[in-house]
Design a protein around this ligand. Structure first.
Ligand code: CA
Length: 525
C-alpha cells in the first residue's frame, strides 16, 4: 500500500497519493478520504523522559497528568531514540525523516536548514492539510511549508518573548510556554474547519536556563529530591571524552543557571514574584555556604526545582490543547503526539545537557494517541526514532513516502502489529565540538542490549556498553574477551548501517560547528 518514490515535485506527490488510495479496498479508500486525521504535534525542548509521570522514573520527580493522559489513551514508546542528540539537528530530522548527514543540519553552531528540501509539512500542505508551526524553530532559515508560523528567534526566552510571525517581528508580554499555547489555540479556532490540520506546537521549555512561571515557583514545597545513582560518577574505566566534557552540575552551571543572579527582561510584577521566591532561599544558601558534595547537592536540588517547574507549565499547556480537542469534538479524529527533541540529563553521571549516545540523552519521550487505531494504555519496547515521524504522518494521511527518507512509519506499531522485520539496530552520530560543552564527536550502533561507540576528532577509541548488566552505562566492556564476538558483530552492523544510510567516510569540515556563523547573521536572528 505504501509506495516509495522520488519526491521531485508537489504534483507528483498528489498524483502518487491518488494512486496509493486507489490500491486500497473501495470501502477503505472512501473512509480514508472522508476522515484524514488531524495531527497535533506537541514538541518540547530537552524534556527528559525521567520527568514525565508515565515513564515511572524511580525518583518520581514530578506529576504530569496531562502528558500522561496521551499515553493512557494511546501508546507509550519506551525506546524512542534520536539520531543526533541536540536541538537543531533533531528538529531537522523530524521535518525531513533523514539523518544530519543527509539533511545537512549537523550542529547548533553553524548549520542552517535548507528550507528548499522536501519536508513532511510541505507534503501534507500540498495534499490539502492546513499547516501551522508555533513556538521554537531553531533552524536559522525561515520556516517553509506552513500556512502560518510564529517562531521564537534562536533559542527564545522564557518571559516576554520577541517572536517572528509570518516574517514580521512582534513582541509579547507573558510566559512563553503559555503564549505558545495561546497562539496555537487561536490558530485552531480560526482555521478552515472543512480541511484537516497539522499543528506543530513547539515549546522552548524546559530548555536551559529553566525559568519557571510565577504560578509554579513554589511547586515542590522545597522538596529534597532523590539523587540519581550516578550523581557523583567519576568516569573511571571510560575514555577521554567522558572525562573531558564540560557539562557537569558541579562545574559548568553558572550563577544565572542557578538563579543566584536575577533574570533580565521581566516586568516589575514578574520580577517581584521571582524575587519573593528566590531571594530568601538564596540568602539561606549563602549563609549555609555548602562545600564539596553538599554544594553539588544544593545545585542539583535548585536545578530540579527550576526544570520541573518549567515541565509543569508544559503539562498545563498540553491540558489546554487536549481540552480544546474534547470541547470541539476533534479528539476522535486527531493524532496527538507528545515528544521532545532529545532526552536530557537530570544529574545522571553528574550532568545536565544532552549530546551523548548514552541513554538519558539518546532517548526521548514519545506518547501517541490515535483513537480508533491505537489501543489505549499500550506501550512499545521497539527501537523507534524521530526520523520515523515524517513517514508516520505521511502514511496516516494516506500519502506516499519518498524513497530517500531514512526512517520507517510507526503506523503498524500504532495499530498493535509487530512487524517481524522491525529494526534491531540503530545508527547514532554526533558532531558538534568543541563548543559549547566539549563533547567529542562520536558515532555508534545501538541495539536492545548493547552500544558500540567510536569517539573521534582529536581522539580515536571505541567503547562497548552492555545495558543488561550495566543499565547506567558505567563499565566499558570492550576489552572483555567474552565480548569479542559481540564486538565483531556490532562492528559489522555499524559498517552495514553506515553504508545503507550513506554516511560519508569523513564528515564535512563544517559539521563540527567550529567555524561559527558570522556575528551579523547571528544577531539578525
Ligand atoms: Ca533540545
Amino acid at each position: 500500500m505504501i509506495q516509495r518514490f522520488n519526491a521531485r515535485s508537489i504534483g507528483h506527490l498528489i498524483l502518487a497519493s491518488v494512486v496509493a488510495a486507489s490500491t486500497l479496498g473501495a470501502g477503505q479508500a472512501s473512509a480514508a478520504e472522508a476522515k484524514r486525521p488531524n495531527i497535533l504535534f506537541i514538541f518540547s525542548d530537552d524534556h527528559a523522559y525521567q520527568a514525565i509521570g508515565a515513564y515511572n522514573d524511580p525518583r518520581r520527580l514530578v506529576e504530569t497528568p496531562q502528558i500522561d493522559r496521551i499515553g493512557r489513551e494511546g501508546m507509550r514508546f519506551d525506546r524512542c531514540i534520536v539520531p543526533n542528540s541536540i536541538c537543531g539537528p533533531s528538529r531537522a530530522s523530524v521535518l525531513t525523516g533523514k539523518y544530519s548527514h543527509r539533511n545537512g543540519f549537523y550542529n547548533n553552531s553553524n548549520s542552517r536548514f535548507d528550507g528548499a528540501q522536501p519536508t513532511f509539512p510541505k507534503m501534507l500542505r500540498a495534499a490539502g492539510y492546513q499547516t501551522a508551526l508555533i513556538g521554537k524553530w531553531h533552524l536559522v532559515s525561515d520556516p517553509s511549508g506552513f500556512d502560518e508560523w510564529q517562531i521564537l528567534p534562536g533559542q527564545g526566552v522564557y518571559y516576554n518573548p520577541p517572536m517572528i510571525h509570518n516574517g514580521e517581528r512582534v513582541k509579547h508580554e507573558g510566559y512563553t510556554t503559555d503564549l505558545i499555547t495561546d497562539f496555537s489555540l487561536e490558530w485552531l479556532k480560526k482555521r478552515d474547519k472543512s480541511r484537516p490540520f497539522l499543528l506543530m506546537a513547539q515549546h522552548k521549555a524546559p530548555h536551559r536556563e529553566w525559568s519557571p512561571p510565577a504560578r509554579h515557583l513554589g511547586h515542590d514545597g522545597d522538596r529534597v529530591y532523590p539523587e540519581p545513582e550516578t550523581l557523583f560518577d567519576d568516569y573511571s574505566g571510560r575514555g577521554k571524552a567522558e572525562h573531558d566534557q564540560d557539562m557537569t552540575i558541579a562545574a559548568t552551571m553558572t550563577p544565572h543557571d542557578l538563579k543566584l543572579t536575577p533574570p533580565q527582561g521581566l516586568t516589575p510584577d514578574q520580577l517581584a514574584a521571582w524575587n519573593a521566591y528566590y531571594e530568601p532561599r538564596n540568602a539561606a544558601f549563602k549563609k549555609a555556604n555548602p562545600q564539596g558534595k553538599d554544594l553539588v547537592r544544593w545545585k542539583y536540588n535548585r536545578y530540579m526545582h527550576d526544570y520541573l517547574g518549567c515541565v509543569k507549565a508544559v503539562d498545563d499547556s498540553v491540558g489546554r490543547l487536549l481540552k480544546y480537542l474534547d470541547d470541539e469534538g476533534l479528539a476522535d479524529n486527531t493524532i496527538v503526539v507528545y515528544t521532545s527533541d532529545q532526552g536530557f540529563y537530570l544529574g545522571e553521571h553528574g550532568w545536565f545537557d544532552k549530546r551523548w549516545i548514552f541513554e538519558e540523552s539518546l532517548r526521548s519521550p514519545l506518547l501517541v494517541r490515535w483513537p480508533g487505531v491505537t489501543k489505549p494504555g499500550t506501550s512499545s519496547p521497539r527501537l523507534v526514532s524521530n526520523i520515523d515521524f515524517a513517514e508516520t504522518f505521511l502514511e496516516a494521511a494516506g500519502l506516499p513516502i519518498p524513497e530517500d527518507m531514512q526512517g520507517r512509519s510507526l503506523v503498524p506499531l500504532l495499530k498493535g502489529q509487530e512487524p517481524a522485520d522491525w529494526r534491531k539496530s540503530f545508527y547514532y552520530e554526533y558532531y558538534e565540538y568543541p563548543q559549547p560543552h566539549h563533547v567529542r564527536p562520536h558515532h555508534g550502533v545501538v541495539t536492545d542490549r548493547h552500544k558500540l561507540v567510536r569517539f573521534t576528532g582529536d581522539v580515536d577509541y571505541w567503547e562497548l556498553f552492555d545495558l543488561k548488566t550495566d543499565p547506567h552505562e558505567l563499565r566499558n566492556v570492550l576489552d572483555d574477551p567474552a565480548n569479542a564476538k559481540v564486538v565483531a558483530e556490532l562492528k559489522a552492523e555499524l559498517a552495514r548501517l553506515r553504508s545503507d544510510l550513506k554516511v560519508p567516510d569523513e564528515p564535512p569540515p563544517e559539521a563540527s560547528g567550529r567555524n561559527t556563523r558570522p556575528a551579523a547573521k547571528k544577531a539578525a536572528r
